[in-house]
Design a protein around this ligand. Structure first.
Ligand SMILES: NC(=O)C1=CN([C@@H]2O[C@H](COP(=O)(O)OP(=O)(O)OC[C@H]3O[C@@H](n4cnc5c(N)ncnc54)[C@H](OP(=O)(O)O)[C@@H]3O)[C@@H](O)[C@H]2O)C=CC1
Ligand SMILES: CC(=O)[C@@H](O)[C@H](O)COP(=O)(O)O
Ligand SMILES: [Mn+2]
Length: 380
Protein backbone atom coordinates (compact mmCIF):
# COMPACT_ATOMS: atom_id res chain seq x y z
CA UNK A 1 0.00 0.00 0.00
CA UNK A 2 1.31 3.49 -0.92
CA UNK A 3 -0.11 6.39 1.04
CA UNK A 4 -0.38 9.72 -0.77
CA UNK A 5 -1.27 13.20 0.43
CA UNK A 6 -2.45 15.66 -2.21
CA UNK A 7 -1.97 19.42 -2.04
CA UNK A 8 -4.62 20.84 -4.39
CA UNK A 9 -6.80 17.75 -4.89
CA UNK A 10 -9.72 19.76 -6.35
CA UNK A 11 -7.75 21.09 -9.35
CA UNK A 12 -6.90 19.58 -12.72
CA UNK A 13 -3.84 17.61 -11.55
CA UNK A 14 -5.45 16.77 -8.19
CA UNK A 15 -8.56 15.29 -9.81
CA UNK A 16 -6.46 13.23 -12.23
CA UNK A 17 -4.31 12.01 -9.33
CA UNK A 18 -7.49 10.82 -7.61
CA UNK A 19 -8.48 9.04 -10.82
CA UNK A 20 -5.16 7.18 -10.77
CA UNK A 21 -5.83 6.30 -7.11
CA UNK A 22 -9.35 5.16 -7.97
CA UNK A 23 -7.93 2.67 -10.49
CA UNK A 24 -5.07 1.37 -8.35
CA UNK A 25 -6.24 -0.33 -5.19
CA UNK A 26 -2.81 -0.15 -3.56
CA UNK A 27 -2.87 3.66 -3.55
CA UNK A 28 -4.45 5.12 -0.43
CA UNK A 29 -5.32 8.82 -0.34
CA UNK A 30 -4.59 9.95 3.22
CA UNK A 31 -5.08 13.68 2.69
CA UNK A 32 -6.86 16.05 0.30
CA UNK A 33 -6.81 19.83 0.13
CA UNK A 34 -8.15 22.91 -1.61
CA UNK A 35 -8.12 26.68 -1.56
CA UNK A 36 -11.85 26.93 -1.01
CA UNK A 37 -13.71 24.36 -3.17
CA UNK A 38 -15.55 22.64 -0.33
CA UNK A 39 -18.21 20.95 -2.41
CA UNK A 40 -15.62 19.07 -4.45
CA UNK A 41 -13.65 18.34 -1.31
CA UNK A 42 -16.72 16.90 0.42
CA UNK A 43 -17.28 14.56 -2.55
CA UNK A 44 -13.64 13.49 -2.45
CA UNK A 45 -13.77 12.87 1.31
CA UNK A 46 -16.89 10.72 0.97
CA UNK A 47 -15.26 8.64 -1.78
CA UNK A 48 -11.66 8.32 -0.52
CA UNK A 49 -12.07 8.59 3.30
CA UNK A 50 -8.81 10.51 3.91
CA UNK A 51 -7.56 11.14 7.42
CA UNK A 52 -7.02 14.85 6.78
CA UNK A 53 -8.49 17.66 4.67
CA UNK A 54 -6.70 21.01 4.49
CA UNK A 55 -8.55 24.11 3.30
CA UNK A 56 -6.75 27.42 2.84
CA UNK A 57 -9.76 29.66 3.40
CA UNK A 58 -10.85 29.74 7.08
CA UNK A 59 -14.54 30.26 6.35
CA UNK A 60 -14.57 27.46 3.79
CA UNK A 61 -12.82 25.21 6.32
CA UNK A 62 -15.60 25.87 8.88
CA UNK A 63 -18.20 25.10 6.19
CA UNK A 64 -16.41 21.83 5.36
CA UNK A 65 -16.30 20.82 9.04
CA UNK A 66 -20.09 21.15 9.24
CA UNK A 67 -20.62 19.30 5.96
CA UNK A 68 -18.51 16.29 6.95
CA UNK A 69 -19.26 16.18 10.69
CA UNK A 70 -20.45 12.57 10.24
CA UNK A 71 -17.04 11.39 8.90
CA UNK A 72 -13.69 10.69 10.60
CA UNK A 73 -11.74 13.17 8.43
CA UNK A 74 -10.01 15.94 10.39
CA UNK A 75 -10.24 19.44 8.85
CA UNK A 76 -7.36 21.90 9.14
CA UNK A 77 -6.94 25.35 7.63
CA UNK A 78 -4.56 28.11 6.49
CA UNK A 79 -0.83 27.68 5.98
CA UNK A 80 -0.61 25.69 9.24
CA UNK A 81 -3.09 23.24 7.74
CA UNK A 82 -1.09 22.85 4.51
CA UNK A 83 2.07 22.27 6.54
CA UNK A 84 0.32 19.67 8.71
CA UNK A 85 -0.82 17.87 5.56
CA UNK A 86 2.68 18.03 4.04
CA UNK A 87 4.33 16.38 7.04
CA UNK A 88 1.62 14.00 8.28
CA UNK A 89 3.21 10.76 9.47
CA UNK A 90 0.79 8.52 7.55
CA UNK A 91 1.87 9.66 4.05
CA UNK A 92 4.84 8.51 1.95
CA UNK A 93 4.35 10.69 -1.13
CA UNK A 94 3.29 14.31 -1.25
CA UNK A 95 1.67 15.28 -4.56
CA UNK A 96 2.13 19.03 -5.06
CA UNK A 97 -0.85 19.81 -7.30
CA UNK A 98 -1.40 23.24 -5.77
CA UNK A 99 -0.97 26.23 -8.10
CA UNK A 100 1.51 29.04 -7.49
CA UNK A 101 4.45 29.80 -5.25
CA UNK A 102 2.26 29.26 -2.19
CA UNK A 103 3.48 25.67 -2.67
CA UNK A 104 7.02 26.49 -1.52
CA UNK A 105 6.55 26.14 2.25
CA UNK A 106 4.45 22.93 2.17
CA UNK A 107 6.92 21.36 -0.29
CA UNK A 108 9.83 22.18 2.02
CA UNK A 109 7.87 20.84 4.99
CA UNK A 110 7.24 17.59 3.10
CA UNK A 111 10.95 17.25 2.28
CA UNK A 112 11.89 17.90 5.91
CA UNK A 113 9.49 15.15 6.93
CA UNK A 114 11.14 12.73 4.45
CA UNK A 115 8.26 12.49 1.94
CA UNK A 116 8.94 11.75 -1.71
CA UNK A 117 7.64 14.72 -3.69
CA UNK A 118 5.55 14.11 -6.83
CA UNK A 119 6.03 17.62 -8.15
CA UNK A 120 3.49 19.27 -10.44
CA UNK A 121 3.82 22.72 -8.86
CA UNK A 122 6.54 24.22 -11.08
CA UNK A 123 6.39 27.68 -9.42
CA UNK A 124 8.06 26.20 -6.34
CA UNK A 125 11.21 25.11 -8.19
CA UNK A 126 11.28 28.27 -10.30
CA UNK A 127 11.42 30.53 -7.25
CA UNK A 128 13.13 28.32 -4.68
CA UNK A 129 14.98 25.64 -6.68
CA UNK A 130 18.28 26.72 -5.15
CA UNK A 131 16.87 25.85 -1.70
CA UNK A 132 14.67 22.88 -2.58
CA UNK A 133 17.17 20.77 -4.55
CA UNK A 134 19.95 20.82 -1.91
CA UNK A 135 17.33 20.24 0.77
CA UNK A 136 15.98 17.16 -1.04
CA UNK A 137 19.54 15.84 -1.29
CA UNK A 138 20.20 16.49 2.40
CA UNK A 139 17.02 14.67 3.49
CA UNK A 140 17.49 11.90 0.92
CA UNK A 141 14.11 12.42 -0.72
CA UNK A 142 13.22 12.05 -4.39
CA UNK A 143 11.69 14.84 -6.42
CA UNK A 144 9.60 13.00 -8.99
CA UNK A 145 8.51 15.23 -11.88
CA UNK A 146 4.83 15.28 -12.84
CA UNK A 147 4.95 18.11 -15.38
CA UNK A 148 4.61 16.28 -18.71
CA UNK A 149 7.85 17.59 -20.27
CA UNK A 150 9.92 16.84 -17.19
CA UNK A 151 8.35 13.45 -16.79
CA UNK A 152 9.22 12.77 -20.45
CA UNK A 153 12.85 13.73 -19.80
CA UNK A 154 12.88 11.70 -16.58
CA UNK A 155 11.54 8.71 -18.52
CA UNK A 156 14.09 9.22 -21.31
CA UNK A 157 17.10 9.41 -18.96
CA UNK A 158 16.01 6.56 -16.73
CA UNK A 159 19.12 4.59 -15.91
CA UNK A 160 21.47 7.07 -17.58
CA UNK A 161 24.09 9.23 -15.89
CA UNK A 162 23.43 12.96 -16.14
CA UNK A 163 26.92 13.60 -17.43
CA UNK A 164 26.14 11.77 -20.65
CA UNK A 165 23.38 14.23 -21.61
CA UNK A 166 24.26 16.85 -24.20
CA UNK A 167 21.02 18.82 -24.06
CA UNK A 168 17.36 18.77 -23.11
CA UNK A 169 14.76 19.47 -25.80
CA UNK A 170 11.60 20.76 -24.16
CA UNK A 171 8.60 20.66 -26.46
CA UNK A 172 5.94 23.40 -26.53
CA UNK A 173 2.55 23.33 -28.19
CA UNK A 174 2.86 27.03 -28.98
CA UNK A 175 -0.50 27.62 -27.28
CA UNK A 176 -3.78 28.82 -28.80
CA UNK A 177 -2.18 31.89 -30.44
CA UNK A 178 0.71 30.22 -32.24
CA UNK A 179 1.37 32.13 -35.49
CA UNK A 180 -0.40 35.32 -34.34
CA UNK A 181 1.19 38.77 -34.45
CA UNK A 182 1.53 41.19 -31.53
CA UNK A 183 -1.19 43.34 -33.11
CA UNK A 184 -3.55 40.36 -33.14
CA UNK A 185 -2.70 39.51 -29.51
CA UNK A 186 -3.85 42.99 -28.44
CA UNK A 187 -7.46 41.95 -29.06
CA UNK A 188 -7.59 38.40 -27.66
CA UNK A 189 -10.12 37.65 -24.92
CA UNK A 190 -9.95 35.48 -21.81
CA UNK A 191 -12.21 32.93 -23.51
CA UNK A 192 -9.85 32.74 -26.55
CA UNK A 193 -6.87 32.33 -24.24
CA UNK A 194 -8.44 29.48 -22.30
CA UNK A 195 -8.80 27.34 -25.45
CA UNK A 196 -5.62 25.28 -25.31
CA UNK A 197 -5.16 23.31 -28.55
CA UNK A 198 -4.33 19.99 -26.86
CA UNK A 199 -4.55 19.97 -23.06
CA UNK A 200 -7.39 20.55 -20.59
CA UNK A 201 -5.75 22.20 -17.56
CA UNK A 202 -6.31 24.76 -14.81
CA UNK A 203 -6.90 28.39 -15.82
CA UNK A 204 -3.56 29.82 -14.69
CA UNK A 205 -1.37 27.30 -16.54
CA UNK A 206 -3.59 27.61 -19.62
CA UNK A 207 -2.93 31.36 -19.76
CA UNK A 208 0.78 30.68 -19.13
CA UNK A 209 0.78 28.34 -22.07
CA UNK A 210 -0.67 31.06 -24.32
CA UNK A 211 1.97 33.63 -23.27
CA UNK A 212 4.79 31.01 -23.42
CA UNK A 213 5.45 31.88 -19.77
CA UNK A 214 4.69 28.21 -19.09
CA UNK A 215 7.59 27.19 -21.31
CA UNK A 216 9.83 29.71 -19.56
CA UNK A 217 8.83 28.29 -16.16
CA UNK A 218 9.52 24.81 -17.53
CA UNK A 219 13.01 25.76 -18.71
CA UNK A 220 13.78 26.94 -15.17
CA UNK A 221 12.16 23.84 -13.68
CA UNK A 222 14.31 21.62 -15.93
CA UNK A 223 17.46 23.50 -14.98
CA UNK A 224 16.89 22.61 -11.31
CA UNK A 225 15.50 19.11 -11.76
CA UNK A 226 18.20 17.90 -14.13
CA UNK A 227 21.06 20.18 -13.09
CA UNK A 228 21.50 21.53 -16.63
CA UNK A 229 22.73 24.96 -17.63
CA UNK A 230 20.50 27.15 -19.79
CA UNK A 231 22.77 26.80 -22.84
CA UNK A 232 21.90 23.10 -22.90
CA UNK A 233 18.13 23.47 -22.74
CA UNK A 234 16.31 24.14 -26.01
CA UNK A 235 12.61 24.79 -26.58
CA UNK A 236 11.11 23.20 -29.70
CA UNK A 237 7.55 23.92 -30.79
CA UNK A 238 5.73 20.64 -31.46
CA UNK A 239 2.16 21.79 -32.12
CA UNK A 240 0.43 18.41 -31.78
CA UNK A 241 1.79 17.79 -28.20
CA UNK A 242 2.62 14.20 -29.09
CA UNK A 243 6.32 14.33 -28.29
CA UNK A 244 6.34 15.39 -24.64
CA UNK A 245 10.08 16.20 -24.64
CA UNK A 246 13.43 14.75 -25.69
CA UNK A 247 16.97 14.25 -24.47
CA UNK A 248 19.99 14.48 -26.76
CA UNK A 249 22.88 12.44 -25.40
CA UNK A 250 26.62 13.14 -25.89
CA UNK A 251 26.84 10.82 -28.90
CA UNK A 252 23.95 12.56 -30.69
CA UNK A 253 21.32 9.91 -29.92
CA UNK A 254 17.96 11.42 -29.06
CA UNK A 255 15.40 9.73 -26.80
CA UNK A 256 11.84 11.03 -26.87
CA UNK A 257 8.72 10.13 -24.94
CA UNK A 258 5.53 10.13 -26.99
CA UNK A 259 1.92 9.71 -26.01
CA UNK A 260 -1.55 11.20 -26.09
CA UNK A 261 -2.05 14.33 -23.98
CA UNK A 262 -3.11 12.63 -20.73
CA UNK A 263 -1.57 13.80 -17.46
CA UNK A 264 -2.51 10.57 -15.72
CA UNK A 265 0.54 8.93 -17.32
CA UNK A 266 3.16 11.25 -15.77
CA UNK A 267 1.21 11.27 -12.49
CA UNK A 268 1.10 7.47 -12.35
CA UNK A 269 4.75 7.21 -13.43
CA UNK A 270 5.77 9.50 -10.55
CA UNK A 271 3.70 7.53 -8.05
CA UNK A 272 5.06 4.12 -9.06
CA UNK A 273 8.56 5.04 -10.27
CA UNK A 274 10.54 3.05 -11.37
CA UNK A 275 7.66 0.71 -12.26
CA UNK A 276 5.05 1.07 -14.98
CA UNK A 277 1.44 0.11 -14.54
CA UNK A 278 -1.41 -0.43 -16.98
CA UNK A 279 -3.25 2.80 -17.72
CA UNK A 280 -6.62 2.92 -19.43
CA UNK A 281 -7.32 5.71 -21.91
CA UNK A 282 -6.42 6.67 -25.44
CA UNK A 283 -3.15 5.46 -26.94
CA UNK A 284 -1.27 6.73 -29.96
CA UNK A 285 -2.44 4.98 -33.10
CA UNK A 286 0.26 5.26 -35.77
CA UNK A 287 -2.17 4.22 -38.51
CA UNK A 288 -4.13 7.42 -37.87
CA UNK A 289 -1.31 9.76 -36.89
CA UNK A 290 -0.42 11.71 -40.02
CA UNK A 291 2.24 14.14 -38.91
CA UNK A 292 4.47 15.31 -36.12
CA UNK A 293 5.77 18.77 -36.97
CA UNK A 294 8.28 21.15 -35.44
CA UNK A 295 8.79 24.92 -35.37
CA UNK A 296 11.10 27.43 -33.76
CA UNK A 297 9.41 29.42 -30.95
CA UNK A 298 8.50 33.01 -31.83
CA UNK A 299 10.34 34.77 -29.02
CA UNK A 300 9.69 38.28 -30.34
CA UNK A 301 5.93 37.99 -30.13
CA UNK A 302 5.67 35.62 -27.16
CA UNK A 303 7.93 37.42 -24.71
CA UNK A 304 7.16 35.08 -21.78
CA UNK A 305 9.89 32.67 -22.84
CA UNK A 306 12.80 35.12 -23.40
CA UNK A 307 11.94 37.05 -20.23
CA UNK A 308 11.99 33.80 -18.22
CA UNK A 309 15.38 32.91 -19.68
CA UNK A 310 16.67 36.37 -18.80
CA UNK A 311 15.34 36.04 -15.22
CA UNK A 312 16.98 32.65 -14.91
CA UNK A 313 20.32 33.93 -16.25
CA UNK A 314 20.24 36.81 -13.76
CA UNK A 315 19.34 34.31 -11.04
CA UNK A 316 19.01 35.10 -7.33
CA UNK A 317 15.65 36.72 -6.61
CA UNK A 318 14.90 37.59 -10.28
CA UNK A 319 12.98 34.34 -11.04
CA UNK A 320 10.79 35.10 -8.01
CA UNK A 321 9.98 38.53 -9.45
CA UNK A 322 9.27 36.98 -12.86
CA UNK A 323 6.98 34.39 -11.31
CA UNK A 324 5.21 36.65 -8.80
CA UNK A 325 4.60 39.32 -11.45
CA UNK A 326 3.18 36.68 -13.76
CA UNK A 327 0.93 35.19 -11.05
CA UNK A 328 -0.65 38.56 -10.28
CA UNK A 329 -0.81 39.61 -13.94
CA UNK A 330 -2.58 36.38 -14.89
CA UNK A 331 -5.06 36.86 -12.04
CA UNK A 332 -5.80 40.39 -13.28
CA UNK A 333 -6.11 39.14 -16.87
CA UNK A 334 -8.56 36.41 -15.83
CA UNK A 335 -10.59 39.06 -13.96
CA UNK A 336 -10.58 41.06 -17.23
CA UNK A 337 -8.83 44.01 -15.56
CA UNK A 338 -5.91 44.04 -18.01
CA UNK A 339 -5.32 42.87 -21.58
CA UNK A 340 -3.23 39.92 -22.75
CA UNK A 341 -0.17 42.01 -23.68
CA UNK A 342 -0.22 43.75 -20.28
CA UNK A 343 0.94 40.46 -18.78
CA UNK A 344 4.28 40.94 -20.56
CA UNK A 345 4.45 44.60 -19.60
CA UNK A 346 3.83 43.85 -15.90
CA UNK A 347 6.54 41.18 -15.86
CA UNK A 348 9.05 43.32 -17.78
CA UNK A 349 8.57 46.40 -15.61
CA UNK A 350 8.63 44.38 -12.35
CA UNK A 351 11.95 42.83 -13.36
CA UNK A 352 13.33 46.16 -14.51
CA UNK A 353 12.80 47.93 -11.15
CA UNK A 354 13.94 45.01 -8.95
CA UNK A 355 17.26 45.16 -7.10
CA UNK A 356 18.42 41.58 -7.19
CA UNK A 357 19.26 39.61 -4.05
CA UNK A 358 21.99 37.15 -5.07
CA UNK A 359 21.19 34.22 -2.74
CA UNK A 360 17.72 34.77 -1.30
CA UNK A 361 16.62 32.61 1.63
CA UNK A 362 12.98 31.61 2.10
CA UNK A 363 12.02 34.78 3.99
CA UNK A 364 13.64 36.93 1.31
CA UNK A 365 11.84 35.05 -1.47
CA UNK A 366 8.50 35.56 0.27
CA UNK A 367 9.23 39.21 0.91
CA UNK A 368 10.30 39.80 -2.73
CA UNK A 369 7.01 38.17 -3.73
CA UNK A 370 4.99 40.57 -1.52
CA UNK A 371 7.03 43.58 -2.63
CA UNK A 372 6.41 42.69 -6.29
CA UNK A 373 2.65 42.36 -5.66
CA UNK A 374 2.50 45.70 -3.85
CA UNK A 375 4.42 47.49 -6.60
CA UNK A 376 2.13 46.06 -9.30
CA UNK A 377 -1.02 46.89 -7.30
CA UNK A 378 0.10 50.48 -7.01
CA UNK A 379 0.37 50.79 -10.80
CA UNK A 380 -2.22 48.56 -12.48
N1 LIG B 1 -3.13 20.94 -15.19
C1 LIG B 1 -2.11 20.38 -15.79
O1 LIG B 1 -2.30 19.57 -16.72
C2 LIG B 1 -0.70 20.68 -15.38
C3 LIG B 1 -0.45 21.45 -14.27
N2 LIG B 1 0.84 21.65 -13.87
C4 LIG B 1 1.12 22.46 -12.68
O2 LIG B 1 0.42 21.87 -11.59
C5 LIG B 1 -0.03 22.87 -10.69
C6 LIG B 1 -1.54 22.75 -10.55
O3 LIG B 1 -2.12 23.06 -11.80
P1 LIG B 1 -3.67 22.80 -12.10
O4 LIG B 1 -4.08 21.49 -11.52
O5 LIG B 1 -3.84 23.03 -13.54
O6 LIG B 1 -4.34 24.00 -11.29
P2 LIG B 1 -5.84 24.17 -10.85
O7 LIG B 1 -6.11 25.62 -10.79
O8 LIG B 1 -6.75 23.32 -11.66
O9 LIG B 1 -5.85 23.56 -9.36
C7 LIG B 1 -5.16 24.19 -8.32
C8 LIG B 1 -5.39 23.49 -7.01
O10 LIG B 1 -4.73 24.22 -5.98
C9 LIG B 1 -5.69 24.58 -4.99
N3 LIG B 1 -5.30 25.84 -4.37
C10 LIG B 1 -5.21 27.05 -4.95
N4 LIG B 1 -4.81 27.96 -4.05
C11 LIG B 1 -4.67 27.30 -2.87
C12 LIG B 1 -4.31 27.68 -1.57
N5 LIG B 1 -4.03 28.95 -1.26
N6 LIG B 1 -4.24 26.73 -0.61
C13 LIG B 1 -4.55 25.45 -0.89
N7 LIG B 1 -4.91 25.03 -2.12
C14 LIG B 1 -4.96 25.94 -3.08
C15 LIG B 1 -7.00 24.70 -5.74
O11 LIG B 1 -8.10 24.68 -4.86
P3 LIG B 1 -9.53 25.32 -5.29
O12 LIG B 1 -10.20 24.26 -6.12
O13 LIG B 1 -10.25 25.58 -4.02
O14 LIG B 1 -9.23 26.57 -6.06
C16 LIG B 1 -6.89 23.45 -6.61
O15 LIG B 1 -7.11 22.31 -5.86
C17 LIG B 1 0.44 24.21 -11.29
O16 LIG B 1 1.65 24.59 -10.72
C18 LIG B 1 0.61 23.89 -12.76
O17 LIG B 1 1.56 24.73 -13.38
C19 LIG B 1 1.90 21.10 -14.54
C20 LIG B 1 1.70 20.36 -15.65
C21 LIG B 1 0.37 20.09 -16.19
C1 LIG C 1 0.50 19.16 -19.66
C2 LIG C 1 1.64 20.02 -19.35
O1 LIG C 1 2.66 19.58 -18.88
C3 LIG C 1 1.53 21.47 -19.65
O2 LIG C 1 2.58 22.19 -19.04
C4 LIG C 1 1.57 21.56 -21.13
O3 LIG C 1 2.83 21.23 -21.54
C5 LIG C 1 1.21 22.92 -21.58
O4 LIG C 1 1.45 22.99 -22.92
P1 LIG C 1 2.32 24.08 -23.63
O5 LIG C 1 2.84 25.05 -22.61
O6 LIG C 1 3.38 23.35 -24.35
O7 LIG C 1 1.30 24.72 -24.50
MN1 LIG D 1 4.21 21.06 -18.90
Amino acid sequence: MKNIAILGSTGSIGIQTLDVARKNEDLRVVAVSAGKSVEKLEEQIREFHPLLAAVWDEKAARDLKTRIADTDTKVVSGMEGLLELASMPESEILVTAIVGMIGIRPTMEGIRAGKAIALANKETLVTAGHLIMPMAKKYGVSILPVDSEHSAIFQAIHGEENKEIHKLLITASGGPFRGRTTEELRRVTVADTLKHPNWVMGRKITVDSATLVNKGLEVMEAKWLFDMDLDHIQVVVQPQSIIHSMVEFKDGAIMAQLGTPDMRLPIQYALYYPHRRYLDGDRLDFTKLHEITFEVPDMETFRGLPMAIQASREGGSMPTVFNAANELAVKKFLEEKIGFLDIYEIIAQSMERHKKIAHPDLDEILSVEQDTYQWIESRW
